[in-house]
Design a protein around this ligand. Structure first.
Ligand SMILES: Cc1cc2nc3c(=O)[nH]c(=O)nc-3n(C[C@H](O)[C@H](O)[C@H](O)COP(=O)(O)OP(=O)(O)OC[C@H]3O[C@@H](n4cnc5c(N)ncnc54)[C@H](O)[C@@H]3O)c2cc1C
Length: 713
């Protein structure tokens, strides 16, 4: 705790104790108020402003210090200042005092509480960020919750200070009015309990839940409003229509069929979408071949001489297509039809919240549905660089029909796709220049994971140009040139082919969303149920983000499909708490949970434990001893906050941590689990062992040492 926080805490405690030590609360009793009422009335008549000021100060201080006596002070406002002035002063004083108490709790304790219980508070934090004003208003209106508890607890949440102030001011007004009104007839009150009857408390409770009921009604009205102007069909052809047969669409349709819903899946291009045809599968197949070529070239020091390694690029690309062909049946029309999905190959267009038009071979038909699942994916983002229009550029979409290995390939973008494809082409024989605007590759990845990969890419011979901002493309004497800015100077990078790998753009237009008014920015806007502003239109996968991975697309698809089919009977909020991802370069870079940089940004305390894969028996035997496992834990505890692995099969090693994080398993349990020898997975046990050594109970060990010494004597 910082010195400032400690000082403030000590001041508050000292003030609190003094109030009781000097028995000041005795003055905040109903009897004293009644006894002194006449004197106070006279004082007010003689010095109204002084009385205002003193009353205001006492009220603010007692509320800020969470002292008992607010009821008597409020009754006193009515008895001495009258209803109008009393209400004005008491309600402002109560709000200001509550605000100070809220700010103190926030300043002294919030960071600590959020750091310690952050994950467990995630759902509460999200709820407060979304609906905090409603909850607070309800709490303020219901006199069953002690106000000082509300002040302190709210200070620990992410509610905005201004929202807290004004909602408190409004919420306390009614309660204050009741007490001040009672105060105007003080003689008839023998105890504070006389002011509010059980009926009145009941009325307050009803009033308190009104904001929540109002919010519920509002959401129903908003839902209905979205449908205004559209005629709902009396009968539906489908329970759900899914647009797009990529990872997200396929899983949505699968789930719908599995729960016996009638579902139509529409795909305008190839079944399997990006992942199968232009993404994960071909890129991994290409990397595999590139790694075989690389190993063949690098095998001489092992005693294996593969002279003159040649790459037949056409055959390589055929191999990639063969791999796609072998996986294709998993995503085929036949398989999905067998599962009970009606598959339509054509262009889909949403024409109303319940109708989807399908255009196939120039013919159009319309089908009706209760729910629509938008799973239209994303496409490569190609910014409008000057001169790019004159260049026959490559993207992950058209790369797979390439028949000639480019001699000089420029890859624009140092994200996962850029890094994987750079290494693949370099290892296949191209001279690759990887151009990245930022100062390092793999932006969101752990800093030193990125550095470890950087070294390997450079060892491979890739010309890695970080801090280079692509400006324009030129053609001079038949040569293509990328002009990039580096440290304020222009640099010319000649190339034969350029691959644009600058991210992916969601497919949100051209199929009826804009006409309907489905809200979208760069991706479709959805709530936690993956529902758009149309309650029966859902979305999942790359078109929603924020994580554009196949496994996230299918994860979302489960939630979206179940919600679309069973809302309002049962719905589930999509859970993004444990999301792994892997960059499949050599070495692989794998991550789950927080990186060190993210932990620092979020002000989360953490402890780092690393294990060098260079020391691992299996990695040494495989001649692949490079990388490390890095685990972030809660200080002094074995609870895992994040894991970053760089090394051979890092993606496979990560699975143990994904399971551990998902199910709250700590490093102690990983350490206590047998890992076969010699496997790469042993690295996970060894890092747990490193953690245990660093967290060994030293004083206990000192005693144990003494015990052994004694037994030897
Ligand atoms: C080179 C590359 C490598 C990748 N590697 C990995 C990896 O290793 N691991 C990983 O997890 N992710 C990887 N990804 C990302 C992964 O491919 C995507 O996250 C995943 O494919 C998203 O699935 P989706 O269903 O949301 O979208 P998509 O797979 O894009 O599917 C959307 C489908 O909708 C169809 N469609 C669109 N509009 C219409 C319409 N109006 N009517 C009918 N059909 C329509 C499209 O034709 C498409 O088939 C990679 C991506 C690329 C480009």
């Amino acid at each position: 705790m910082s010195l400032k926080k400690l000082l403030l805490l000590l001041v508050i405690i000292a003030l609190f104790i003094s109030v009781f030590a000097f028995d000041l609360t005795q003055y905040l009793s109903l009897d004293v108020l009644k006894e002194k009422q006449q004197q106070l009335n006279q004082l007010f008549a003689a010095h109204p402003f002084k009385v205002f000021a003193i009353y205001f100060a006492i009220y603010v201080i007692s509320t800020a210090l969470s002292l008992p006596g607010a009821t008597v002070l409020t009754l006193g406002a009515g008895a001495i200042l009258g209803f109008g002035w009393g209400l004005l002063l008491a309600s402002f004083a109560a709000s200001v005092g509550a605000f100070l108490s809220f700010l103190s709790a926030r300043f002294i304790l919030r960071d600590w509480v959020q750091a310690k219980f952050g994950e467990r508070l995630d759902a509460i934090n999200r709820g407060i960020e979304r609906d905090g004003a409603f909850y607070l208003l309800s709490l303020r209106l219901v006199p069953l919750f002690p106000f000082f508890v509300i002040n302190l607890v709210m200070g620990l949440t992410p509610i905005k200070a201004w929202t807290y102030y004004w909602v408190s001011q409004v919420g306390m007004l009614l309660g204050a009015a009741v007490y001040i009104n009672a105060g105007t007839q003080l003689a008839q009150i023998s105890s504070p309990g006389d002011v509010v009857s059980a009926d009145l408390i009941g009325a307050f409770v009803l009033l308190g839940i009104m904001p929540i009921i109002a919010k519920f009604i509002l959401s129903i009205v908003k839902r209905r409003k979205a449908f205004k102007g559209y005629q709902k069909p009396k009968l539906f052809d489908n329970n759900m229509v899914v647009i797009g047969a990529g990872s997200a669409g396929l899983v949505s349709a699968y789930i719908a069929a599995a729960v016996k819903a009638k579902v139509t899946l529409i795909e305008r291009d190839k079944m399997g979408g990006d992942c199968l045809n232009t993404g994960c599968v071909p890129s991994k197949a290409l990397l595999h071949v590139a790694n075989v070529a690389h190993q063949a070239r690098q095998s001489e020091h092992l005693g294996v001489k593969a002279d003159n390694v040649q790459v037949d690029f056409k055959q390589v690309m055929q191999q990639v297509q063969d791999v796609i062909g072998k996986i294709e049946p998993h995503d085929s029309v036949e398989r999905y039809e067998q599962l009970g999905v009606n598959v339509e190959l054509g262009e889909a267009r949403i024409v109303s919240p319940w109708e989807v038009e399908i255009t196939q071979n120039g013919e159009t038909k319309t089908i009706t549905t209760r729910a629509i699942m938008v799973a239209t994916g994303a496409r490569p983002l190609v910014p409008e660089f000057e001169g790019l229009g004159n260049i026959d550029y490559l993207t992950s979409d058209n790369l797979w029909s390439l028949q000639e290995l480019p001699e000089r390939l420029v890859v624009l973008g140092g994200g996962p796709i850029g890094c994987e494809l750079s290494q693949a082409f370099q290892r296949l024989g191209s001279q690759v220049t990887l151009v990245e605007m930022a100062n390092r590759i793999l932006g969101p990845e752990d800093q030193d994971s990125a550095e470890l990969l950087t070294k390997q890419l450079q060892n491979d011979g890739i010309d890695l140009r970080t801090g280079h901002k692509a400006k324009r493309f030129e053609q001079r004497d038949g040569e293509n040139i990328l002009v990039a800015e580096h440290n304020g100077k222009e640099q010319q990078i000649p190339f034969d082919r350029v691959l644009i790998a600058l991210g992916r753009q969601a497919n949100v237009s051209g199929f009826g969303l804009e006409e309907l008014g489905v809200e979208a920015d760069r991706t479709i806007n959805t709530n936690e149920l993956l529902q758009t502003n149309y309650p029966n239109i859902y979305a999942c996968g790359d078109v929603v983000g924020p994580y554009q991975f196949t496994h996230v697309a299918s994860h979302q698809a489960w939630y979206a499909a179940v919600n679309a089919l069973f809302d309002p009977l049962k719905t589930f909020r999509v859970d993004y708490s444990v999301i792994p991802w892997v960059t499949y370069t050599s070495p692989q870079v794998a991550n789950v949970g927080l990186t060190e940089q993210q932990a620092q940004q979020q002000n989360k305390a953490y402890e780092v434990t690393t294990y060098d894969i260079g020391e691992l028996d299996r990695a040494i035997a495989d001649d692949n001893a490079y990388g490390r496992v890095k685990v972030l834990t809660v200080p002094g505890k074995d609870k895992i906050l994040g894991v970053n692995i760089v090394g051979p099969s890092a993606g496979e090693l990560l699975a143990e941590y994904v399971l551990a994080m998902k199910h709250g398993i700590g490093l102690n349990k990983i350490l206590g689990t047998i890992h076969s020898y010699p496997t790469l997975a042993e690295a996970n046990k060894y890092v747990a062992g490193e953690w245990k050594r660093a967290n060994a109970p030293q004083s206990l060990l000192n005693w144990v040492e003494k015990f052994h010494r004694w037994r030897r004597s």
